[in-house]
Design a protein around this ligand. Structure first.
Ligand code: AMP
Length: 455
């Protein structure tokens, strides 16, 4: 097995790796680091959890340790699809570059332009950005991309889902063609292949095993849920969720609860809170400081239940999550593997329970086909009380009293309309689910015809 110290990394980077407690490189690191250090383009086909972030940050830091930044001309650029991922990459840089004097700036929505401008003016070694925000800065004339020697595109398939590919192509064209490109994607859709054929030059291709199977340490289960009357289904489903959480008792130290839609993320978190659970929501419509606060709370253990959308939780790196609950069956089977992969990390035990209503059974079958295994069926913990479920049903005639938790789960929140995302800054989390496309639709679909023509 290769050791980190055989990879030609800067000794100060090696020291940081040792302090992080890593013993040996992961397969993606073993494949990508030597090629990147030789200055070659890299095409990494790997998902979150494989150590892919370090596979580009470690060689980048080593290469950037030589040379100095110039005002307004970052020397390297990392593009990420979401703010959270960008923030996580920035944390990785801090960890691995802590013994070196490299500067970085983070260009993500929700953080003031002024501070970021000041950093860029001074000159940065590494610029980590979401594509829309980067182009906003560029268009304001505050940034030159002609000094970029290394460019990383992280999670390109997610960029494609979110409609960022035209932005990525534009950014590529603004950087020198002599740049080195490190490009990562979990899957190689034809559109991604087209981009890599166009912008990468004789890349070293490193592919690590596709995560079609979940870790063996994750115990999985699904509750088939017959919702009954449609207007009561959402609230009955939340009751099932609470019963499942209760049934796990103290074994459930913390959990991520996934919903397919942003509105359900909010409703679910609010409802759990009203019932006395320690829960908070995270999705793309919340402001940046709020999202960071929630994530920090979940990471440090002060928040027990994180209710999330797929995009918001993508790449979320919390080493010990005891449970994952799927409030909805995800539309894309790969998302199921991602979701449940938030638990059972690093050889720990984990449990993933999915609630599947009648209309989601097709999606469940697609998941079982992908993971090539049947997910054990669990009893519905509230089935026996189903006739009494009325108590959880919304009472339209009465105003909810905040003191009466059960009654306060009003239908008003169920009726709350999804807001259409507008503009670049909103592309990281699409609102309503799109039938047949899961919740990831190309952004142009969300635009009006006039906007499309204008764009
Ligand atoms: P990533 O795939 O980049 O999201 O990384 C997943 C997790 O693996 C992160 O918590 C990293 O800190 C951790 N990690 C990265 N490289 C190694 C390594 N060589 N040994 C152990 N853990 C690692």
């Amino acid at each position: 097995m290769t050791k980190f110290n055989e990879l030609n990394l800067n000794p100060k980077v090696l020291k940081a790796i040792e302090e992080a407690g890593y013993e040996s490189p992961t397969p993606i690191q073993e494949g990508a680091i030597p090629a990147a250090l030789e200055g070659r383009d890299v095409l990494g086909i790997a998902q979150t959890g494989t150590g892919k972030t370090a596979s580009f940050t470690l060689p980048m830091i080593t290469l950037l340790a030589r040379g100095r930044a110039r005002a307004r001309m970052p020397r390297s650029l990392v593009l990420c699809p979401t703010r959270e991922l960008a923030a996580q990459v920035a944390e990785n840089f801090d960890t691995y570059a802590k013994h070196l004097k490299l500067t970085k700036a983070l260009l993500i929505g929700g953080v003031s332009f002024k501070e970021q401008d000041a950093l860029i003016d001074r000159g940065v070694d590494v610029l980590i950005a979401t594509p829309g925000r980067l182009l906003d800065h560029f268009e304001r004339g505050k940034l030159l991309l002609t000094g970029v020697q290394i460019m990383v595109v992280d999670e390109a398939d997610r960029m494609l889902d979110m409609g960022f590919i035209p932005d990525i192509e534009r950014i590529f064209s603004l950087t020198p063609f002599t740049r080195q490109t490190l490009f990562f994607s979990a899957t190689m859709a034809p559109e991604i292949e087209r981009i890599t054929d166009t912008f990468l030059s004789a890349p070293t291709r490193v592919e690590v095993a596709r995560q079609a199977t979940a870790s063996e340490t994750i115990e999985q289960g699904v509750v088939l849920f017959k919702g009954g009357r449609r207007d009561r289904e959402a609230s009955a489903k939340r009751k099932v969720l609470r019963a499942l959480i209760d049934a796990e008792g103290e074994k459930c130290t913390n959990a991520i609860i996934f919903c397919n839609r942003k509105t359900d993320v909010d409703i679910c978190a609010k409802s759990l809170k009203k019932y006395g659970y320690d829960a908070a929501a995270i999705h793309g419509d919340l402001d940046q400081s709020q999202r960071m606060k929630t994530l920090d709370g979940f990471r440090d253990g002060s928040l027990r239940l994180l209710v999330a959308s797929d995009v918001a939780a993508r790449g979320l790196d919390v080493p010990s999550v005891s449970h994952v609950f799927n409030f909805d069956v995800p539309g894309h089977p790969e998302d199921y593997v991602h979701r449940i992969g938030r638990t059972g990390r690093a050889g720990r035990d984990g449990k993933a329970i999915t609630i599947c209503s009648g209309r989601d059974e097709k999606a469940l079958a697609a998941i079982e086909k992908l993971i090539q295994k049947e997910i054990p069926r669990l009893d519905n913990p509230v089935q026996s009380e189903e006739p009494k479920a009325k108590e959880d049903a919304p009472k339209p005639e009465r105003k909810a009293k905040p003191t009466d938790a059960k009654k306060s789960e009003t239908r008003k929140s169920d009726r709350k309309k999804d807001k259409e995302p507008k503009g670049r800054g909103r592309r990281d989390d699409k609102g309503p689910a799109v039938v047949g496309m899961g919740d990831h639709m190309p952004s142009f679909i969300a635009l009006s015809f006039d906007e499309r023509r204008a764009g």
